[in-house]
Design a protein around this ligand. Structure first.
Ligand SMILES: [Zn+2]
Ligand SMILES: [Zn+2]
Length: 245
Protein backbone atom coordinates (compact mmCIF):
# COMPACT_ATOMS: atom_id res chain seq x y z
CA UNK A 1 0.00 0.00 0.00
CA UNK A 2 1.92 2.98 -1.31
CA UNK A 3 -0.37 5.51 0.34
CA UNK A 4 0.11 4.28 3.89
CA UNK A 5 3.87 4.03 3.38
CA UNK A 6 4.27 7.57 1.99
CA UNK A 7 1.94 8.97 4.62
CA UNK A 8 3.68 7.25 7.53
CA UNK A 9 7.07 8.52 6.31
CA UNK A 10 5.91 12.14 6.20
CA UNK A 11 4.17 11.83 9.58
CA UNK A 12 7.28 10.45 11.29
CA UNK A 13 9.37 13.40 10.07
CA UNK A 14 6.70 16.02 10.86
CA UNK A 15 6.18 14.45 14.28
CA UNK A 16 9.93 14.60 14.99
CA UNK A 17 10.06 18.26 13.92
CA UNK A 18 7.00 19.09 16.07
CA UNK A 19 8.63 17.37 19.04
CA UNK A 20 11.85 19.35 18.50
CA UNK A 21 9.84 22.59 18.22
CA UNK A 22 7.93 21.90 21.43
CA UNK A 23 11.25 21.29 23.18
CA UNK A 24 12.44 24.72 22.05
CA UNK A 25 14.57 23.72 19.06
CA UNK A 26 12.33 24.90 16.21
CA UNK A 27 13.65 23.49 12.92
CA UNK A 28 14.10 25.68 9.81
CA UNK A 29 11.30 25.64 7.21
CA UNK A 30 13.67 23.97 4.73
CA UNK A 31 14.38 21.19 7.22
CA UNK A 32 10.66 20.51 7.71
CA UNK A 33 9.60 20.61 4.05
CA UNK A 34 12.58 18.85 2.47
CA UNK A 35 12.80 16.30 5.29
CA UNK A 36 9.09 15.42 5.10
CA UNK A 37 9.23 15.06 1.32
CA UNK A 38 12.36 12.89 1.41
CA UNK A 39 11.05 10.68 4.25
CA UNK A 40 7.76 10.18 2.38
CA UNK A 41 9.54 9.34 -0.88
CA UNK A 42 12.11 7.18 0.92
CA UNK A 43 9.24 5.21 2.45
CA UNK A 44 8.40 3.95 -1.05
CA UNK A 45 11.96 3.05 -2.00
CA UNK A 46 12.22 -0.49 -0.49
CA UNK A 47 9.49 -1.78 -2.83
CA UNK A 48 11.81 -1.12 -5.78
CA UNK A 49 12.33 -4.90 -5.50
CA UNK A 50 8.77 -5.51 -6.80
CA UNK A 51 7.90 -4.77 -10.48
CA UNK A 52 4.26 -4.00 -9.56
CA UNK A 53 5.00 -1.36 -6.90
CA UNK A 54 4.38 2.40 -7.09
CA UNK A 55 8.07 3.17 -7.52
CA UNK A 56 8.45 0.51 -10.25
CA UNK A 57 5.59 2.05 -12.24
CA UNK A 58 6.55 5.67 -11.55
CA UNK A 59 8.65 6.33 -14.67
CA UNK A 60 7.34 3.66 -17.05
CA UNK A 61 9.87 1.30 -18.69
CA UNK A 62 12.90 2.89 -16.98
CA UNK A 63 11.78 2.21 -13.41
CA UNK A 64 10.25 -1.14 -14.41
CA UNK A 65 13.65 -2.21 -15.72
CA UNK A 66 15.32 -1.02 -12.49
CA UNK A 67 12.73 -2.95 -10.47
CA UNK A 68 13.29 -6.17 -12.45
CA UNK A 69 17.05 -5.76 -12.04
CA UNK A 70 16.72 -5.11 -8.29
CA UNK A 71 14.40 -8.10 -7.84
CA UNK A 72 16.85 -10.39 -9.66
CA UNK A 73 19.84 -9.04 -7.73
CA UNK A 74 18.00 -9.32 -4.40
CA UNK A 75 16.95 -12.91 -5.17
CA UNK A 76 20.54 -13.82 -6.03
CA UNK A 77 21.87 -12.21 -2.86
CA UNK A 78 19.26 -13.97 -0.71
CA UNK A 79 20.11 -17.37 -2.23
CA UNK A 80 23.87 -16.74 -1.98
CA UNK A 81 23.97 -15.54 1.63
CA UNK A 82 21.80 -18.23 3.25
CA UNK A 83 21.69 -21.94 2.45
CA UNK A 84 18.01 -22.35 3.40
CA UNK A 85 16.82 -19.41 1.32
CA UNK A 86 17.41 -20.56 -2.28
CA UNK A 87 14.43 -19.94 -4.56
CA UNK A 88 12.60 -17.56 -2.23
CA UNK A 89 12.72 -14.68 -4.71
CA UNK A 90 13.85 -11.07 -4.30
CA UNK A 91 10.77 -9.33 -2.91
CA UNK A 92 11.02 -8.20 0.74
CA UNK A 93 14.69 -9.17 0.86
CA UNK A 94 17.73 -6.86 0.98
CA UNK A 95 15.79 -3.60 0.42
CA UNK A 96 13.71 -4.38 3.53
CA UNK A 97 16.66 -4.54 5.94
CA UNK A 98 18.21 -2.13 8.41
CA UNK A 99 21.49 -2.43 6.48
CA UNK A 100 19.78 -1.17 3.31
CA UNK A 101 18.19 1.80 5.12
CA UNK A 102 21.58 2.87 6.51
CA UNK A 103 23.42 2.30 3.22
CA UNK A 104 20.80 4.19 1.15
CA UNK A 105 20.95 7.07 3.63
CA UNK A 106 24.76 7.21 3.47
CA UNK A 107 24.75 7.23 -0.35
CA UNK A 108 22.25 10.11 -0.47
CA UNK A 109 24.14 12.03 2.23
CA UNK A 110 27.35 11.68 0.24
CA UNK A 111 25.54 12.77 -2.93
CA UNK A 112 24.10 15.89 -1.26
CA UNK A 113 27.36 16.70 0.50
CA UNK A 114 29.31 16.59 -2.77
CA UNK A 115 26.57 17.94 -5.05
CA UNK A 116 25.37 20.69 -2.68
CA UNK A 117 22.20 22.67 -3.37
CA UNK A 118 21.58 21.18 -6.82
CA UNK A 119 21.81 17.56 -5.65
CA UNK A 120 19.68 18.24 -2.57
CA UNK A 121 17.01 20.00 -4.64
CA UNK A 122 16.99 17.09 -7.12
CA UNK A 123 16.68 14.46 -4.37
CA UNK A 124 13.92 16.44 -2.61
CA UNK A 125 12.02 16.99 -5.88
CA UNK A 126 12.23 13.33 -6.93
CA UNK A 127 11.22 12.12 -3.48
CA UNK A 128 8.26 14.52 -3.36
CA UNK A 129 7.08 13.46 -6.82
CA UNK A 130 7.33 9.81 -5.83
CA UNK A 131 5.50 10.39 -2.55
CA UNK A 132 2.69 12.19 -4.39
CA UNK A 133 2.49 9.30 -6.86
CA UNK A 134 2.11 6.96 -3.91
CA UNK A 135 -0.50 9.09 -2.20
CA UNK A 136 -2.80 9.70 -5.16
CA UNK A 137 -4.78 6.83 -6.62
CA UNK A 138 -5.76 7.75 -10.14
CA UNK A 139 -2.89 7.26 -12.55
CA UNK A 140 -3.12 10.22 -14.91
CA UNK A 141 -4.07 12.75 -12.26
CA UNK A 142 -1.26 11.32 -10.16
CA UNK A 143 1.36 11.83 -12.88
CA UNK A 144 0.69 15.57 -13.32
CA UNK A 145 0.21 16.19 -9.64
CA UNK A 146 3.41 14.30 -8.89
CA UNK A 147 5.47 16.21 -11.47
CA UNK A 148 4.15 19.53 -10.17
CA UNK A 149 4.74 18.60 -6.52
CA UNK A 150 8.27 17.49 -7.35
CA UNK A 151 8.97 20.75 -9.16
CA UNK A 152 7.60 22.91 -6.34
CA UNK A 153 9.48 21.04 -3.59
CA UNK A 154 12.66 21.00 -5.69
CA UNK A 155 12.45 24.77 -6.24
CA UNK A 156 11.67 25.32 -2.57
CA UNK A 157 14.70 23.27 -1.57
CA UNK A 158 16.84 25.33 -3.95
CA UNK A 159 15.43 28.65 -2.72
CA UNK A 160 15.13 28.05 1.03
CA UNK A 161 18.19 28.33 3.19
CA UNK A 162 19.06 24.95 4.68
CA UNK A 163 19.58 24.62 8.43
CA UNK A 164 23.15 25.89 8.06
CA UNK A 165 26.06 23.61 7.28
CA UNK A 166 24.69 22.36 3.97
CA UNK A 167 22.55 19.43 2.91
CA UNK A 168 24.59 16.38 3.99
CA UNK A 169 21.76 15.44 6.40
CA UNK A 170 19.27 14.66 3.60
CA UNK A 171 20.35 11.01 3.82
CA UNK A 172 18.85 10.91 7.32
CA UNK A 173 15.20 11.36 6.25
CA UNK A 174 15.83 9.01 3.30
CA UNK A 175 17.19 6.21 5.48
CA UNK A 176 14.45 6.89 8.04
CA UNK A 177 11.83 6.58 5.28
CA UNK A 178 13.25 3.17 4.23
CA UNK A 179 13.14 2.02 7.85
CA UNK A 180 9.57 3.27 8.35
CA UNK A 181 8.56 1.27 5.26
CA UNK A 182 10.13 -1.95 6.52
CA UNK A 183 8.60 -1.51 9.98
CA UNK A 184 5.26 -0.86 8.30
CA UNK A 185 5.56 -4.10 6.34
CA UNK A 186 6.51 -5.90 9.57
CA UNK A 187 3.18 -4.87 11.08
CA UNK A 188 1.26 -6.59 8.28
CA UNK A 189 1.03 -10.26 7.35
CA UNK A 190 4.15 -9.86 5.24
CA UNK A 191 7.01 -9.77 7.71
CA UNK A 192 10.51 -8.61 6.68
CA UNK A 193 14.12 -9.81 7.19
CA UNK A 194 14.94 -6.56 9.01
CA UNK A 195 18.02 -7.85 10.86
CA UNK A 196 19.93 -9.44 7.95
CA UNK A 197 22.70 -10.67 8.05
CA UNK A 198 22.19 -11.67 11.71
CA UNK A 199 21.23 -15.33 11.97
CA UNK A 200 17.92 -16.04 13.70
CA UNK A 201 17.12 -19.75 14.23
CA UNK A 202 19.74 -20.58 11.60
CA UNK A 203 18.40 -18.31 8.86
CA UNK A 204 19.95 -14.98 7.86
CA UNK A 205 16.68 -13.84 6.23
CA UNK A 206 14.42 -14.78 9.11
CA UNK A 207 11.25 -12.70 8.87
CA UNK A 208 10.62 -10.49 11.88
CA UNK A 209 7.30 -8.85 12.56
CA UNK A 210 4.31 -8.33 14.73
CA UNK A 211 2.87 -11.01 17.00
CA UNK A 212 0.46 -12.93 14.73
CA UNK A 213 -2.95 -11.98 16.27
CA UNK A 214 -2.12 -8.28 16.00
CA UNK A 215 -1.03 -8.27 12.36
CA UNK A 216 -3.41 -6.93 9.75
CA UNK A 217 -3.62 -7.53 6.03
CA UNK A 218 -2.41 -4.83 3.60
CA UNK A 219 -5.33 -3.07 1.93
CA UNK A 220 -7.73 -4.31 4.60
CA UNK A 221 -10.48 -2.35 6.31
CA UNK A 222 -8.21 -1.93 9.36
CA UNK A 223 -5.65 -0.13 7.22
CA UNK A 224 -8.18 2.06 5.45
CA UNK A 225 -10.38 2.92 8.42
CA UNK A 226 -7.83 2.97 11.24
CA UNK A 227 -4.23 3.39 10.07
CA UNK A 228 -4.76 6.06 7.40
CA UNK A 229 -7.05 8.31 9.51
CA UNK A 230 -4.76 8.01 12.57
CA UNK A 231 -1.72 8.92 10.45
CA UNK A 232 -3.57 11.89 8.95
CA UNK A 233 -4.59 13.10 12.40
CA UNK A 234 -1.03 12.81 13.75
CA UNK A 235 0.30 14.62 10.66
CA UNK A 236 -2.25 17.42 11.09
CA UNK A 237 -1.41 17.85 14.79
CA UNK A 238 2.31 17.96 13.99
CA UNK A 239 1.83 20.45 11.17
CA UNK A 240 -0.33 22.64 13.43
CA UNK A 241 2.35 22.59 16.13
CA UNK A 242 4.92 23.72 13.54
CA UNK A 243 2.77 26.45 11.99
CA UNK A 244 1.56 28.12 15.18
CA UNK A 245 4.17 30.30 16.88
ZN1 LIG B 1 7.66 -3.40 1.21
ZN1 LIG C 1 17.61 -18.82 5.27
Amino acid sequence: MGRSHALSGAVVWLGGCALAASLGARPAVGTVVVGAAVTAGGALLPDVDHPGSVIARSLGPVTRLIAHGTAAGAAALRAASCACCAGRGGHRAITHTLVFAVAAGLVVSLLCWVGGDVAAAAVAGLAAALAMRGAVRRRTRGAWGAALTGLVVGLMAAALPGPGGGWWWVGLPLGLGCLVHSLGDALTFSRVPLLWPIRIRGCRWAAVGMWAPLRFRTGSAAELLLVVPVLMLLGAISAWTLITP
